[in-house]
Design a binder for this molecule. Structure first.
Ligand SMILES: Cc1cc2nc3c(=O)[nH]c(=O)nc-3n(C[C@H](O)[C@H](O)[C@H](O)COP(=O)(O)O)c2cc1C
Length: 304
């Protein structure tokens, strides 16, 4: 087991014994973790990264959109659900729930709403929802009038925090699934029509769909999608005033992204990141998916 704390030359702070070993040190000299080369087990510099099995699972994650039909064992499902429950939760309100879709016609309906065939093909399919319904019922039992202005579980703040909680739980589930050799894809496409999801899943007041998660044994092996330079996303103490400096590594990232082939469109490399972003900046379909009205219909007051 490597022990960085005993090496005075190491610039890396103590990673702590609970997560310390076994550790490999990589020089991130490639564009993807797969092309990193192990250089040392002892003296990571500030630009090298270390890995252990947990970190490797996270670094190897990628979206999977083609699944083998093999069913997922119930004990695996129990494991994934339990892991999700262990994610952090704002104010310990546990304000999310997940609906596992096992009914075939409902699965087809989800694929139709999301307009993605693989939604209907995943052996395991969840829709995660932000959920203040349960908490409202508990509060009502405790004497709170949830119809009064005093009730605040339906505010924009709680909506946002409950959404965070649901996403954290999903990410824990995804990571656990990946660590077991399963593949996943998040399904924001279900929010093409939140009201349709609300109807199909009979979502009650103070709930709102967050994302779908499709899980199954991978039947494809997409290459890892490149990530931008760390300096473009991690800043120190304040947001840099100089936007040009943030964008400095962009031409290189554009070139790297343009070499990537998405398995959804194998015949052509994906557009450069700049091109993708510029196109999406005027994507009019974003206007067709306002959160406010559908959330209002669920009892949330996003203006307070
Ligand atoms: C909030 C969110 C919503 C997403 N929705 C979809 C979706 O509806 N369909 C899909 O195929 N992928 C979806 N994805 C996957 C992204 O397209 C994917 O994560 C991204 O292109 C990066 O690729 P990677 O996951 O392989 O690294 C979603 C991801 C996130 C985080």
């Amino acid at each position: 087991m490597s022990d960085f704390t005993t090496d005075p030359a190491a610039e890396t702070p103590d990673v702590g014994p609970a997560f310390a070993g076994p550790i490999t040190v990589y020089s991130p000299d490639g564009t993807s973790p797969a092309s990193r080369s192990a250089v040392s087990a002892q003296t990571p510099t500030r630009d090298e990264i270390i890995t252990n099995p947990v970190i490797e699972t996270l670094l190897q994650r990628r979206s999977i959109r083609k699944f083998k039909p093999d069913p997922i064992a119930e004990y695996v499902i129990a494991t994934l659900e339990t892991v999700a429950q262990h994610a952090a939760s704002s104010e310990y309100l546990n304000d999310w729930s997940a609906i596992r879709i096992t009914d075939e016609s409902l699965r087809k309906r989800m694929a139709q709403i999301g307009n993605q065939h693989y939604i209907g093909e995943a052996p395991l399919l969840y829709v995660f929802i932000l959920d203040e319904h349960r908490n409202a019922a508990i509060a009502a039992q405790g004497g709170v009038d949830v119809r009064s202005a005093e009730f605040t579980l339906n505010t924009s703040y709680r909506f946002s925090q409950a959404q965070n909680d649901a996403v954290l739980a999903m990410h824990a589930m995804e990571t656990a699934a990946n660590s077991l050799g399963l593949g996943c894809v998040y399904l924001g496409s279900l929010l093409n029509d939140p009201r349709a999801i609300i109807d199909a899943l009979q979502l009650p007041e103070y709930t709102y769909p967050v994302l779908g998660l499709a899980i199954g044994k991978p039947d494809q092996a997409p290459t890892l999608k490149p990530r931008m330079a760390r300096s473009m996303q991690f800043f120190e103490n304040s947001y840099p005033a100089d936007t040009d400096s943030i964008l400095e590594p962009l031409p290189h990232f554009d070139a790297v992204v343009h070499q990537y082939y998405d398995l959804r469109h194998t015949e052509r490399p994906v557009d450069a990141f700049s091109t993708q972003t510029t196109v999406k900046a005027t994507d009019q379909s974003n206007l067709a998916k306002p959160v406010g009205p559908a959330a209002g219909g669920q009892g949330f007051t996003l203006d307070r």
